[in-house]
Design a protein around this ligand. Structure first.
Ligand code: SF4
Length: 263
């Protein structure tokens, strides 16, 4: 394998093995550091800043973020190759946002493909189209968030408008091997039937896309905010009920989509 490829460096904050939620089969998830958005409900606040940080968790302070080479990460990924083969799994780049570290992420995806490992990305789609295009030949599956169709509200809750994201969704739908749209369902932001219906209508209008996942808001990242000495932006907002999620699923199904609750 090309040594130049293996020596490209990037910044990650975690690698999780044996995930079954972030793409097909059993997967290794590589979490990249840095994100352009600041979603109020983010359950990985330690992913947002590109800087290496200290975070207190369960009484101990740990360093979040480390610089690694593609070769180092690849070695870790290849440990579970037999599981990928048996389950149809592979590697998923998550974050944070991989599109912010294109040299590293594209090199890693290329190296995975060269070793026969299936690839996926979880992305906000917030990047220039030229950056997105660099990724597409190296991806088997794109899991992309569409959070809201109203750009003003999108910006209010994530700090960024949605025009670029929606344009990139169309680009990815046209050119990617497979695109699955994911919607974090957030009370007070996008959890009405009207709002989910608008996202489902947009999704159904994308070429080659027929699957949408509705991901109910949860509060599992809450202690991390405390550990980073930040207030939790969602306060005491409760997660949506199972009954409400089922209603939203029926709403999205009306657009002819295959709908899944959860990742
Ligand atoms: S896009 Fe994802 S990683 Fe970035 S702030 Fe939002 S929830 Fe967090």
């Amino acid at each position: 394998m090309d040594n130049a490829l293996l020596s490209v460096t990037g910044r990650i904050f975690d690698i999780q093995r044996f995930s079954t939620h972030d793409g097909p089969g059993i997967r290794t998830i590589v979490f990249l550091k840095g994100c352009a958005l600041r979603c109020r409900w983010c359950c990985n606040p330690e992913s947002q800043s590109y800087d290496i940080q200290q975070m207190k968790q369960a009484g101990t302070v740990k360093t979040v973020g480390r610089d690694v080479t593609v070769g180092e990460v690849l070695q870790e990924i290849l440990r579970d190759r037999p599981y990928y083969r048996r389950s149809g799994g592979g590697v998923t780049l998550s974050g944070g946002e991989s599109l912010l570290q294109p040299d590293f992420a594209v090199a890693l995806l290329t190296a995975c493909h060269e070793n026969g490992v299936n690839t996926a990305i979880e992305t906000t789609g917030f990047a220039d189209a030229a950056v997105v295009e660099r990724f597409l030949p190296h991806l088997d599956t794109v899991l992309m968030d569409i959070k809201h169709m109203d750009s003003r509200k999108h910006a209010e809750f994530t700090t960024k408008p949605n025009e670029k994201i929606l344009q990139n969704a169309r680009l990815i739908a046209e050119k990617a091997n497979k695109l699955i749209v994911r919607v974090p369902v957030i009370p007070g932001f996008n959890d009405t039937e009207e709002e989910i219906g608008a996202i489902a209508a947009f999704t159904a209008s994308l070429p080659n896309v027929n699957e949408i996942h509705l991901l109910p808001y949860h509060r599992m990242g809450r202690d991390k905010y405390e550990g980073l000495d930040r207030p939790y932006p969602m306060g005491d907002v409760p997660p949506p009920t199972a009954e409400h999620m089922n209603r939203l699923m029926l709403t999205a199904q009306r657009y002819g989509l295959t709908v899944q609750i959860g990742g």
